[in-house]
Design a protein around this ligand. Structure first.
Ligand code: FE2
Length: 212
């Protein structure tokens, strides 16, 4: 008898803790505190914060950090040959009691960067030790298992992971992963940024088609 186990359809979630981000985070928080209208919740496409990259150095630096993260994710996944990437940057400024319901993004990859969060001494990534799904915590990012209805089978015991944010932490993961944020309990505005990465691919041969 020859038994082989295969773990298939894994989902790559990258965490990067950037060093020396105190000044950057302070500048990003100051920007959104002075101009809260930049945190446009009507629709993520409503305002691309990258329009500020030429005039706000902190936004330009954040863009470079996101690009480093995305390059690393693509390299680790063995994806090459893209023609470039379209970028959409937006913020999530949460007041006391705010939360974000489960959602995903219409793009290829998502990046998240935390500028101001509740301080925690928990490791940022919870998958190894397991967590109670219904324990709300404080501004915890929950990544939901992207396998369809994975939580509805009794043979699945890892149907979510929790990320315990901290300033300077970045995540990169596929955009199909549903995610939510539990209530922010601090008496300050929690601030994170999200980047949508939409990959561009070289154009293939034209295939004109007429409907007539
Ligand atoms: Fe999101």
């Amino acid at each position: 008898m020859n038994v082989t186990d295969h773990v298939v359809f894994a989902t790559r979630v990258e965490t990067i803790q950037f060093p020396d981000t105190d000044r950057l985070n302070a500048e990003l928080c100051d920007l959104l505190d002075r101009r809260p209208e930049l945190d446009d919740r009507t629709h993520p496409d409503a305002l691309n914060l990258l329009v500020l990259a030429e005039t706000v150095p902190a936004i330009a630096r954040l863009r470079e950090m996101f690009l480093r993260g995305a390059r690393h994710w693509l390299q680790a996944e063995g994806i090459a040959g893209t023609d470039g990437v379209d970028l959409l940057l937006f913020s999530n400024r949460m007041g006391p009691g705010d939360s974000t319901i489960a959602h995903n993004h219409k793009t290829d990859l998502i990046g998240i960067y935390y500028a101001r969060t509740t301080v925690t001494d928990r490791p940022p990534f919870s998958a190894a030790d397991g967590t109670d799904y219904f324990e709300a915590g404080d501004g915890v990012l929950v990544l939901h298992d992207p396998r369809f209805n994975a939580n509805q089978t009794t043979v699945c015991h890892h149907d979510h992971i929790k990320i315990f944010p901290r300033p300077g932490l970045m995540l990169i993961f596929p955009a199909y992963v549903w995610h939510s944020v539990t209530s922010h309990r601090g008496d300050f505005h929690r601030l994170s940024f999200a980047m949508n990465f939409t990959l561009r691919w070289p154009a293939g041969p034209a295939q004109p088609h007429s409907w007539t």
